[in-house]
Design a protein around this ligand. Sequence first.
Ligand code: HEC
Length: 133
Amino acid sequence: MAKQTVILLLLPFLLAATIRTDGPGDPWKAPPQADQLKDPLAGDPKAMRRGEKVFTALCWTCHGMRGQGDGPNASELRVAPSDLGAPVVQAQTNGALYWKITHGRGEMAAYEQVLASEERWAVVHYLRILAHP
Ligand code: HEC
């Protein structure tokens, strides 16, 4: 087979490989199994206050005090921090949000080593009060 033919045959695969990556700016989807995670704080009235402490210590600098993506560090980032009260975020399950906070992506850090598991669930409860239309 001629070299040119080989390159032509490979081209679609090479292109697909560059386009397919889940990079900054692409919609960020948690894996479906994250939806099945059991929230240990479900129905716990204290979870929200606990989460508020985490949020106002660690998250607001990028996401803003009301979670709208307008924190003081937001303009330094290449990817805009999500508006956490927006319907696209609020429509996700607690498990999916917990998974994202745990694993992070790009400039959004992974909080697995930073926050105890319950702290990560608690902050998800706090995110629910940031919801807006
Ligand atoms: C250094 C800035 C920064 C800090 C601090 C930060 N985030 Fe983020 N966060 C981001 C950015 C940027 C994104 C968007 C990431 C992407 O789409 O690649 C994001 C995305 C998210 C998402 C996903 C929302 C969606 O679109 O589905 C959640 C949930 C989230 N952050 C929660 C938190 C919580 C909770 C904290 C504190 C524990 C926190 N973040 C701290 C920058 C930050």
